[in-house]
Write a protein that binds this ligand. Sequence first.
Ligand code: MG
Length: 340
Amino acid sequence: MKIKYRAYNLRFKHPFTISRGTKTHQPTLIVELEHFGIKGYGEAPAISYYDIPVEKMIEDLEAKKNSIEKFSFIDPERWWHYCHHLFPKNSFLVCALDMAGWDLYGKMKRKPLYKLWGLDISKTPVTDFTIGIDTIEVMVDKMKENPWPIYKIKLGTEHDVEIITELRKHTSSVIRIDANAAWKADEALEKISAFKNLNIELIEQPLAKDDWEGMKFLFERSPLPLFADESCVAENDVGKCHEHFHGVNIKLTKCSGITPARRMITKARELNMQVMAGSMNESTVGSAAVAHLLPLLDHVDMDGPLLLAEDVATGINFDYGKVILSDQPGLGITFLNSFS
Ligand code: MG
């Protein structure tokens, strides 16, 4: 097997603000695995909150390049285990390698991943479109610029209820909220009670990631469903979230790829929890990986390619929230660049 990689810094259409700060570009790593002339692609965007920059992914990859290239690839699950043991502290890099392994495997089997998994792609949740924190005027303008059936609104300000009250006047679309861990339990309960009257669908990560006591309090009282994002990173977090959240937001990059994500979905269903998949502003490469999981999900947030001004691949399209996959094998994407 041969491996190549390239770092990108993809520009957002508009600067993107959440409760932790603003960014104009999304750094991301794309890897290419080549096996008997077939190429598979994977992606891991760097998110400063999780403290794995692209440089660290490259450093780790370079250190173990020989071990990667000597692996005899047969199936993606064994490949994931191998990578997980090679890079136990770098779930982002493992995600990119796992995704490339699945793309490669689908191409070897000449089937799109959802078909390999026996999934029916005809009934899938529509993706939301994210509106970052800004002045109310700008947030309203962004909604008008992007008519969409579901908006995800980022909050975590002094005037969260005022923002939603105003946005609600301008749209009858579904609105879900992501506080990115910005609230305290009492404050959250007060705000969520107000949001209930503004016809809000769900709340993502209201409290700090390890505020389990606060979450228990909120879980027992919240009039709206609560979803874990920052509190649900790795596989064993699904069990921890049970009876603290109503659902989990699974992200491939956080949990280290498609392989563990599929196990997390199964676990969440066993616990009667709802399942959402999210993104970290992946390009079409990483977003396509999420798209193949769509039939297994209740909700999805995969608007990366819509928020970014630049992309590295084609292969998925969006029609007013509906995600349209290609019928090409593997991830079904066409990479636009060459690594050599
Ligand atoms: Mg989130």
